[in-house]
Design a protein around this ligand. Structure first.
Ligand code: BDR
Ligand code: CA
Length: 308
């Protein structure tokens, strides 16, 4: 079976770790590279953590370092209250043996897409700065990538960091708007669906028993993450934003979609809101509006359990 090639652009981050582990362990996916970006943590921690995830997977996945700040606005503070100071809850920093590639993320993304025309799914699960810069570097990637599937926004749900904005879009709204304005169909796995998929502490402790290395890591990291959700959101579990976005790359039929042109509000009062655009020149995005919750959870836990 030919595996689907995927690049994950990421700011690890606890749910980013879940997404990367899923991609690394799925027999349907070939994780060809990770590119790092600021967001949940600073860029240096994001790059380090991406390499740590590859090391835990025991896979030789190249990590290319991306941008440390947004295109236009001043950086927002990191989300250490959600993901912990070092990105994986209370788990102390770990220093990988690997080094990042010498080619920076925006160019690395273009190089990989040009070397594998029509074969790569680009899956950004952090702020879209690297992707906007890749588009500026080589706009032809829009027709050479197989598809782009992002975790970001909430077209109908509203935001999670402000009333209007979801974290990844809020961290670089100008970059996100460039990505939506480009000549490709962006699949949006936003809060409209990711907030529906909530996993409890018991899900991760069961996983830890069955897959002690990766399950154990996730059980420890999600302790912190679930505390945040309990205190700040009032739910008994954590939302699975980034892993279900990767799941959507290979199980698109578990989601239902609407098609709308999307733009990002750049006005200060509602900055980062993903809105349906009146701009007739914009390509329609494929916006996930519903998800088979039980199916995506089962695929996630079965893959981690059996993959390691
Ligand atoms: C998104 O923001 C980050 O905190 C998560 O990793 C996810 O990518 C959810 O809004
Ligand atoms: Ca993320």
């Amino acid at each position: 079976m030919n595996k689907q090639k995927i690049i994950i652009d990421t700011d690890p981050g606890i749910d980013d770790a879940m997404a990367v582990f899923f991609a690394g362990l799925s027999e349907k996916l070939d994780l060809v590279a990770m590119t790092s970006v600021f967001g949940n943590v600073t860029l240096d921690i994001a790059t380090r953590n991406a390499m740590v995830l590859a090391e835990i997977l025991n896979q030789n996945v190249p990590v290319s370092e991306g941008f440390s700040k947004p295109l236009v606005q001043r950086p927002n503070p990191v989300s250490d209250y959600v993901h912990g100071k070092e990105g994986f809850g209370d788990i102390p920093a770990r220093f990988p043996k690997a080094k990042p590639t010498s080619v920076p993320a925006d160019k690395y993304i273009c190089d990989l897409i040009n070397a594998n025309i029509g074969e790569i799914i680009l899956c950004p699960v952090g702020p879209l700065t690297n992707i906007a810069m890749a588009l500026r570097h080589d706009p032809t990637i829009t027709s050479k990538v197989k598809s782009i599937i992002i975790m970001g926004g909430g077209v109908f749900s509203g935001g999670n960091v402000t009333e209007f904005a979801e974290a990844n879009i809020w961290n670089d709204p100008h970059a996100a708007d460039e990505v939506f304005a480009a000549d490709w169909e962006v699949t949006v796995i936003g809060l409209d669906v990711t907030q529906k998929v909530v996993c409890a502490h018991s899900d991760f402790s069961k996983l830890a028993n069955k897959a002690p290395v990766i399950g154990g890591f996730l059980a420890q990291a999600t302790d912190f993450y679930i505390k945040f959700y309990k205190e700040a959101v009032g739910i008994n579990g954590c939302q699975m934003h980034d892993p279900i976005t990767v799941i959507a790359t290979i199980y698109p039929d578990l989601f239902t979609y609407e098609y709308h042109p999307i733009e990002v509000c750049l006005e200060p009062s509602r900055i980062g809101e993903t809105m349906i655009s009146k701009d007739k020149t914009r390509r329609f995005a494929k916006v996930a509006v519903d998800v088979d919750i039980d199916a995506v959870k089962k695929i996630f836990f079965d893959t981690i359990e059996t993959g390691f």
